[in-house]
Design a protein around this ligand. Structure first.
Ligand code: ZN
Ligand code: ZN
Length: 309
């Protein structure tokens, strides 16, 4: 059985007292970096508080100053928009919504928010088929955490997501629209076009589901959110070799701060040591002993990662 690595709560990157004082529903982990937990998943806000979008009669061209990373589960558009309004200013709109990947728990409010904010949606080209209505992911593997999958069924989207008209590719040069100082990195495995975001200046990493910081396979652990260094959520990971290479890449960055798709943001040497352990011993720690995609990965290269919608 795969086993994960417990993390000391002292390494949590958020400050509950400061968060309570700010009272905007987010955890702030750097002056221009905050995340909000929505049921089972995190969304990340990148940009300085009060950034606004500076659009007005004196500034006819939109000059939007912040970015939303990922878009939560179904029914959370209002909560995400409210947190954004409190953090960046009423009616403030993002320069872009940028996706780590397109799994259902990251796109639940995507169509509604993209429309409401009239914002472009950026994702890796290999995720586009899942975001323009042309393909579905391979089905989750119930043998590696199926119990929670059925519990989460009410959160599933009603049909394939389609933001086709607003969908853009992440720039080839590694830059991230609306996020100066950040680079995107291809971190496939959990999904074909999964990406992470890295800011070298303060060694901040937004890792999506390349690895996560809580146990996502049991309902109890998801509720309690005890921090642990954990491989990508098992039931949805379709190429474990690539997933391992991605964790090796991210550990090699020596991040000081990580915020992932699931679990609390963590910082410091304890987190880093655990991340290196996960990279070094990935097959034993993160990979299930048996599973549909352990034996037969679903890949972009042969088309097996794209199923009819
Ligand atoms: Zn995922
Ligand atoms: Zn996820």
């Amino acid at each position: 059985m795969a086993r994960q690595i417990p993390l000391d709560s002292a390494g949590r990157a958020d400050d509950p007292e400061r968060d309570r004082a700010r009272d905007d529903g987010t955890h702030e982990i750097a002056p221009d970096l905050a995340y909000r937990r929505l049921a089972i998943v995190n969304v990340v806000f990148v940009g300085a508080p009060g950034a606004g979008d500076r659009t007005g009669s004196d500034r006819p061209n939109s000059d939007r100053q912040w970015v939303l990373i990922d878009a939560g589960v179904m029914g959370t558009a209002g909560l995400i928009a409210k947190a954004a309004a409190e953090r960046f200013g009423p009616d403030s709109r993002p320069a872009a919504i940028v996706m780590t990947h397109g799994h259902f728990d990251h796109v639940g409010a995507l169509e509604e928010l993209a429309e409401r904010w009239d914002a472009p949606v950026y994702a890796h080209g290999l995720e586009h088929p899942y975001l323009d209505g042309s393909a579905s992911y391979p089905p989750p593997d119930p043998s590696v955490g199926g119990g929670l999958m059925s519990l989460m069924a009410p959160l599933y989207p009603r049909g394939p997501v389609n933001v086709g008209g607003r969908l853009r590719r992440l720039p080839e040069d590694g830059s991230v629209p609306g996020m100066p100082g950040w680079r995107w990195l291809a971190t496939p495995g959990h999904s074909p076009g999964h990406v992470s975001f890295w800011r070298a200046a303060d060694r901040s990493l937004i890792a999506g589901d390349a690895f996560i910081t809580t146990r996502q396979e049991s309902a109890y652990a998801v509720a309690v959110q005890d921090p642990e260094m954990h491989g990508p959520p098992m039931y949805y990971t379709t190429d474990w070799q690539k997933a391992r290479d991605s964790v090796v890449l991210l550990a090699g960055l020596e991040p000081d701060l990580v915020v992932t798709g699931h679990g609390p943001a963590m910082r410091g040497s304890g987190m880093r040591t655990a991340l290196h352990e996960l990279a070094r011993d990935f097959d034993r720690i993160a990979v299930p002993d048996h599973g549909t995609y352990v034996d037969a990965p679903a890949r972009a290269e042969d088309g097996s990662a794209y199923r009819p919608p």
